[in-house]
Design a protein around this ligand. Structure first.
Ligand SMILES: [Zn+2]
Length: 416
């Protein structure tokens, strides 16, 4: 028990004065563990800037309510403080995952007495987030047929759009270099300041500027927004595009919306939009109107923003963390990502988890290259198999995974 507590004790600032939100709950069937009823909870600190801002807990299923209607259970997007002393008697540890790291496990029958729901903090986060959204609603992104960059077909060497998928640990950060010199960033996760600084240096050396045209937030899970407020501050995008569905109430979400609001750059994407830059056609896709999807699902993955970039011979699908059953609508019946182009690049959904293992989607889309962003030895066991083996086969083993790359060397695709 003592060593267990030492392990738990390393979880700095888990005490009554600090507040943690549940950003994600992963069911047993998605985890590399045998115990039938354990769930993995991802806790993110209210202060997104502290270095130890992400912690994990294993919890028995009786303590969880994924529908968010029981006050005495742990739920998505809710905030809690922990009584460290009382917690000692309810906690032990469990080794699992590729590196057999210890992880605390709650063994109590109830959360009463050591976990405290922080409705005060939740209400405050909710008020602020709703306020920023309300102000941004006047800023719905308009349909745009962008005439700025004329077509350049058959005029000597053509500039090619490029896609860079960065090694940022267990999350997503993707850069699009588009025609006319536009730089778009899709999501902004870094696991510590050093990786963020090296990303910043990389951009500066390559482009001699760190100005972004757009920042697009696919959804508000922490592994996509942790550094988003910092990116807005440093990279000064002209627009930040977010979806208008249910948003997790976390400190990182609030910080991002706050800085965007103060600069007047927040734009809400209520429905899919299409735009053109030179020869490239770019679609921002909302899955909220697709069959089976619902706006208010407590899982932001189900109403995220996907991107589809079509060039003369290539199509790139950036699928955020959208489940495979929703991606199917993108590629069937003339959906926004259906195409017969010879090069098809697939940013594998949800870090190559089982949620993306959906044959009707994969067999219709038929990627020729694929990239998965996940951390080496991550606790979820990503990339899961299947879909890893299926994607490997479909792409003839041209499936790149970020953890194989050194820092500062993103996976790069030219969209020819
Ligand atoms: Zn993610």
């Amino acid at each position: 028990m003592k060593s267990v507590y030492v392990n738990w004790g390393k979880i700095v600032m888990i005490n009554m004065n600090s507040v943690w939100s549940i950003d994600d709950i992963t069911p047993n069937g998605m985890l590399p563990i045998k115990d039938r009823d354990l769930f993995l909870i991802k806790l993110v600190h209210l202060n997104a800037n502290i270095s130890a801002g992400i912690r994990y807990l294993l919890v028995r299923d009786g303590l969880i309510d994924i529908k968010n209607n029981s006050a005495s259970k742990l739920s998505f997007g809710q905030s809690y403080s922990f009584d460290e002393d009382a917690l000692k008697s309810f906690i032990s540890s469990y080794k699992f995952g590729p590196n057999k790291k210890k992880i605390p496990i709650l063994r109590g029958d109830t959360i009463g007495g050591y976990v405290y729901r922080r409705k005060d903090i939740e209400a405050d986060l909710q008020d602020k987030i709703e306020y920023y959204y309300k102000r941004a609603k006047v800023n719905i992104m308009k349909p745009e047929q962008d005439p700025r960059i004329p077509k350049i077909r058959n005029k000597g060497i053509q500039p090619r759009s490029k896609l860079f998928i960065f090694n940022v640990g267990q999350g997503d950060t993707i850069l699009l270099e588009l025609q006319g010199g536009e730089l778009w960033l899709i999501d902004a996760y870094f696991w510590r300041k050093e990786t963020y600084d090296s990303f910043k240096r990389w951009i500066k050396e390559r482009y001699r500027t760190i100005k972004l045209t757009r920042l697009i937030i696919s959804h508000f899970h922490y592994d996509h927004i942790r550094y988003a407020a910092k990116v807005v501050e440093d990279f000064e995008p002209k627009e930040v595009i977010v979806d208008n569905s249910y948003t997790h109430k976390t400190g990182a979400a609030q910080n991002l919306l706050n800085i965007c609001d103060s600069r007047g750059i927040l734009k809400v994407l209520d429905n899919s939009r299409q735009m053109r830059l030179g020869d490239d056609e770019i679609k921002l896709i909302r899955t909220n109107n697709f069959p089976g999807s619902h706006q208010l699902s407590p899982d932001p993955n189900e109403h995220a923003i996907a991107l589809c970039i079509k060039t003369i011979n290539s199509l790139a699908l950036l699928s955020a963390d959208i489940p495979g059953w929703l991606l199917e609508s993108l590629v069937t019946n003339g959906g926004p990502a259906s195409s017969k182009l010879p090069n098809k690049i697939y940013k594998v959904t949800h870090h190559c988890s089982l949620t993306g293992d959906h044959d009707p989607f994969l067999n219709e889309f038929l990627p020729t290259r694929a990239a998965t962003s996940c951390a080496l030895k991550n606790r979820y066991g990503f990339p899961h198999d299947p879909p890893r083996s299926k994607i490997n086969r479909l792409t003839n083993y041209l499936h790149d995974i970020t953890y194989t790359r050194p820092l500062g060397c993103p996976i790069t695709y030219e969209l020819v």
